[in-house]
Design a protein around this ligand. Structure first.
Ligand SMILES: *[C@@H]1O[C@H](CO)[C@@H](O)[C@H](O)[C@H]1NC(C)=O
Ligand SMILES: *[C@@H]1O[C@H](CO)[C@@H](O)[C@H](O)[C@H]1NC(C)=O
Ligand SMILES: *[C@@H]1O[C@H](CO)[C@@H](O)[C@H](O)[C@H]1NC(C)=O
Length: 470
């Protein structure tokens, strides 16, 4: 009964949303005069003119100018932008700027790993940029993220709002960039965005089915170490056991005393709590986002919190200056870079809209999608292609969790478990299912795989986006 109520509420909401969207788009077409984006030819910190085409801008989603303004970075394919696919990238959080995806993972520039000296942090080229193969829109959503702003932020922050806003953003962006309407379109994301992204695809697909204009030539999606069922937390313990971080005896005792439920533990279950305490001690010096990487004081470890709390804590904890050798030093550089007046000017940031740029803005978010599994099931029926990859040394969203929900979709295997190669070496393992879903591990990589293993991920992406087997 409860399910039915929730469901009809969602459909109703969805229907209104679409009607509203149609009205908005009609208005948009009638009154559209001004282009959203501006070219960026030089970036402070990067030497010389940019060797790729960057445009930044805002797309307004509200009724008034200051209501909801979504900021984006758009980088044209460095190969053949007329023919190459177009991808929209969302970083996780929820609420981490898409600039993270651009600068740490798959964009054409990255920070030089150098001690901050008060000048603009240096940017250098990333040879394994995914923009060598496709055009990418890096969008700052949900509202409040990065350089996006709104008059009343608290009114615009939830999973479902993020879904609707991304959908509206995209159709509006395409109206303004009609030259990309015929390109194949994909969405890429990682980490927390494993929750909203399948719903975004479903909403785009439903919009196309009722002829919402402009049509979006959506082909599929790719997700890296995506949060999906919110059961991932329970798979962290078997993962830690498999990786040799806890003893066989402790694992056996945890299984016996906690019965597979490690997050929602009754306070009277003292034996389970005792085991969990021991477990926490074993993992306290491990960087759970990449168990092979250095542990830095600011990194989160596996505490008895929900996964979203855990992600949140790790994203907001960088208040002190990290050591240069820590992966999170890059977060510190980004904050210095994005808060420099010269950078803001170069990016055409509207003055007075954002006081301090934070890599992740995490306040006031309503978690109203608890699992994206049903959306994956629906998208599978519609025949979209997908690539789900797992850095296999991530203990936060471990690969065993991801494999489990993919198996639960019940599709038959069309290309069974085998290694995939890069430069003659095993890059990871892969398996493809009849719903056109390819699963791939990235050997030796962490939570944000392209950040740790750029060559492997570039090779994997090149194959997949070209529709070749890995
Ligand atoms: C902002 O939005 C929230 C949630 O919708 C609402 O409760 C609050 O009154 C709004 N604040 C203002 C200043 O309009
Ligand atoms: C999946 O698709 C069906 C049929 O269109 C729909 O009724 C259902 O609500 C969808 N599931 C979700 C989680 O949206
Ligand atoms: C997969 O198969 C199991 C066992 O037959 C069934 O309970 C489950 O509902 C199926 N899942 C999906 C997504 O169809």
């Amino acid at each position: 009964m409860k399910m039915m109520v929730t469901h009809s509420h969602n459909s109703f909401h969805h229907c209104c949303q679409i009607l509203l969207a149609i009205v908005l788009f009609s208005l948009q077409i009638l009154t559209h005069i001004e282009a959203y984006g501006s070219k960026v030819e030089v970036l402070p910190g990067f030497e010389g003119p940019l060797p790729f085409e960057l445009e930044t801008g805002y797309v307004g989603l509200g009724e008034t100018d200051d209501d909801m303004q979504v900021f984006y970075y758009f980088i044209k394919s460095e190969n053949n932008p007329q023919k190459d696919p177009l991808m929209l990238w969302l970083t996780g959080g929820p609420g981490c700027s898409s600039f993270s995806g651009l600068v740490y993972q798959i964009g054409p520039v990255k920070f030089e790993n150098k001690e901050y000296d008060g000048s603009v942090p240096s940017l250098v080229s990333r040879p394994q940029s995914w923009t060598k193969l496709c055009s990418i829109i890096f969008v700052d959503l949900p509202l409040g993220t990065g350089f996006s702003y709104a008059k009343n932020l608290t009114a615009h922050r939830s999973d479902w709002k993020l879904v609707h806003h991304t959908h509206q953003f995209l159709r509006k962006w395409l109206i303004d960039h009609p030259e990309f309407l015929s390109n194949e379109f994909y969405i890429g994301a990682d980490s927390y965005s494993g929750i909203p992204v399948p719903a975004i695809l479903q909403e785009i697909s439903n919009g196309n089915e009722i002829d919402l204009q402009p049509l979006i030539n959506i082909q599929g999606y790719l997700l890296g170490n995506p949060l999906t069922t919110n059961r991932e937390k329970n798979d962290q313990i078997p993962y830690a056991h498999g990786m040799g971080l806890i003893s066989d005896e402790l694992y056996a005792s945890l299984q016996k005393n906690c019965k597979g439920e490690y997050t929602d533990v009754a306070s009277r279950n003292e034996l389970c709590l005792r085991d969990l305490k021991y477990y926490d001690k074993c993992l306290s010096g491990i960087n759970t986002f990449n168990i092979l990487d250095r542990y830095c004081e600011d990194d989160s470890n596996l505490k008895r919190r929900s996964l979203t709390q855990e992600l949140k804590a790790s994203l907001s904890s960088h208040l002190t200056v990290p050591e240069l050798s820590c992966q999170i030093y890059g977060f510190y550089l980004a904050t210095k870079w994005a808060n420099d007046e010269r950078v803001r000017k170069a990016l055409h940031i509207r003055e007075g809209t954002i006081r301090k740029w934070e890599r992740c803005y995490l306040s006031d978010f309503e978690f109203d999608i608890s699992s994206s599994f049903e959306f994956h099931a629906n998208l599978s029926k519609k025949g979209y292609r997908s690539l789900i990859y797992s850095g296999d040394h991530d203990a936060v969203v471990p690969f065993i969790s991801t494999q489990a929900w993919i198996r639960d979709l019940n599709y038959s295997i069309v290309d069974d478990w085998r290694p995939w190669f890069v430069n003659g070496q095993v890059g990871g393992y892969t398996r493809t299912y009849s719903n056109r879903m390819t699963f791939a591990t990235v050997k030796g990589s962490g939570h944000t795989a392209p950040e740790y293993t750029p060559d492997q991920c570039f090779a994997m992406f090149t194959k997949w986006i070209s529709k070749l087997p890995l």
